[in-house]
Design a protein around this ligand. Structure first.
Ligand code: ARG
Length: 475
């Protein structure tokens, strides 16, 4: 149903209608639009713009419509341009001309951005909950391998030994920052735009602050022009989603590599692997690959919105209709990805023996020789050179560092006494890394315990916020 047209002498071309029609994708805003309409009717009633009797009729029609939308009984039809016009049609079908009363003091410009904020808050909280679950899964998996060693990498080359629990737990820290970003985003984005009207506010006796409170927002807008034009909350949400996607892509790459025949560290459970239609032996880590692959569209959605916003005049322009699909797609992508990656992580088993036997390969203990000399007050540059000479000798004679003779050590540096072998064990190297946040297994255990406690608290806090949001939506 058209919400305008009185000044036009001719109907719009089919092509114009097809281009401008957004109901095929914005229909999912319907529950938020209905809830914000309830808040608007309450504002019209408080300002005595609507009589209480009319307000009651409109409210009950909106609630009935909400049930019909939820059950699928009421859906958009061909003449509906967007979610707002479709729902106004629904209201008018129930109430006749009174259905149109709801438009007083409101424009689709303040309406659409209020709806989209509600959608974004609801879904970013859902993503945050899934993130805390994934973080918990990572930490629990990490706790299983705290006392197992593996070579740590730089440049995909063996670098230094690490506790494998430490290696796994690192991902939980990246997601902890993403969670912080969502909480921080929420504090900044919880602003209602209702009452801003088309762009300049309203001459009617509305109370945008009360409306904001009714909808569970922390505050109401302070500049009506900004209120209808601002899409920072979408851009920031898309950035957070893109960064989560980037973090997931690094897990995807790591799991794919570890599950390869060459590494064979990770055994991804059957439930999170797929076969090949032609090669019967294949067991492909597709969840990991999709975690890596889908980061592309998450970054793309951010770039898409920023490009739409760049240079856009104020206030509302139809370009802003392009804000929704990137957000919907990013949210949907993460809602699909996060449970799958969480499941993959919890059910992957690692080959402790294989990782252990690989730990000292590639002279990962060379730094420990240098540190041993530094302990004897040898300048690090000299110590580094001596450790390098040990590696060179080992490479030439195809031996490991601990296999050098006492004489060979002494000939490389007079302070390299036989006691140096005490640092040339993986367990010695690991337990010596005791700087805060380092890989010494006892520290890793404490880091993981602390992170799990924080994770539980954060999960409950976010679940509480999401519950409060759902209660607001149902009220
Ligand atoms: N469907 C439109 C959107 O998503 C609603 C706002 C239309 N406003 C207007 N002035 N034409 O942006």
């Amino acid at each position: 149903m058209a919400l305008w047209g009185a000044r036009f002498s001719q109907g719009i071309a089919d092509a114009t209608f097809a281009l401008s029609r957004s109901v095929d994708f914005d229909w999912r805003l319907a529950p938020y639009d209905l809830r914000s309409s309830l808040a608007h009717v309450a504002a019209l009633e408080s300002g005595e713009i609507l009589t209480s009797a009319d307000a009651a009729l409109i409210k009950s029609a909106l609630k009935e419509l909400a049930l019909q939308v939820a059950s699928g009984e009421f859906t958009p039809i061909a003449i509906d341009e967007d979610v707002h016009s479709a729902l106004e049609r629904g209201l008018t079908e129930k109430l006749g001309a009174l259905g149109g009363a709801i438009r007083a003091g409101r424009s689709r410009n303040d309406q659409v951005t209020t709806d989209l904020r509600l959608f974004a808050i609801d879904h970013m909280l859902e993503i945050a909950l899934l993130l805390t679950s994934m973080q918990g899964a990572i930490l629990k998996k990490a706790a299983e391998y705290v006392f197992d060693s593996a070579p740590g990498f730089t440049h995909i080359q063996h670098a230094q030994p690490v506790s494998f629990g430490h290696e796994l737990a690192k991902h939980a820290h990246a997601f902890a920052r993403d969670l912080d970003r969502i909480i921080d985003w929420l504090a900044r984005s919880s602003i209602s735009s209702l009452g801003a009207g088309a762009l300049s506010g309203s001459a009617l006796a509305l109370d945008p602050v009360a409306t904001a409170k009714d909808l569970g927002f922390s505050a109401s807008f302070s500049n009506s022009i900004d209120a209808v034009s601002d899409r920072d909350y979408v851009a920031e949400a898309l950035f957070i989603c893109a960064l989560i996607g980037t973090h997931l892509s690094r897990i995807g790459e790591e799991w794919t590599l570890w599950a390869s025949s060459e590494f064979a560290w990770a055994k991804v459970s059957d439930a999170y692997a797929t076969g090949s239609s032609i090669m019967p032996q294949k067991r492909n880590p597709d969840v990991a690959e999709l975690a890596r692959g889908k980061s592309g569209r998450l970054v793309g959605n951010l770039v898409s919105l920023l490009t739409t916003l760049k240079g856009l005049p104020f206030a509302y322009n139809r370009d802003l209709q392009e804000d929704k699909e990137p957000l919907f797609d990013s949210v949907d992508t993460l809602l699909l990805l996060l449970p799958a990656v969480t499941g993959m992580i919890s059910t992957t088993e690692f080959d402790r023996e294989k990782m252990k036997s690989a730990t000292a390969l590639g002279f990962t203990l060379a730094t420990d020789i240098a540190d041993y000399l530094v302990g004897k007050k040898i300048p690090f540059a000299t110590a580094h050179e001596a450790a390098g000479a040990c590696v060179r000798l080992c490479e030439a004679s195809e031996r490991q560092l601990h296999e050098l003779t006492d004489e060979e050590f002494a000939s490389i540096h007079s302070e390299l006494d036989p006691h140096v072998r005490s640092v040339l064990t993986v367990s010695g190297a690991l337990s010596s890394r005791t700087t805060a946040g380092g890989t010494a297994p006892v520290l890793v255990q404490a880091q993981i315990d602390g992170a799990l406690t924080a994770n539980n608290a954060q999960h409950s806090a976010i679940a509480g916020k999401h519950q409060a949001f759902k209660e607001m939506m149902g009220s």
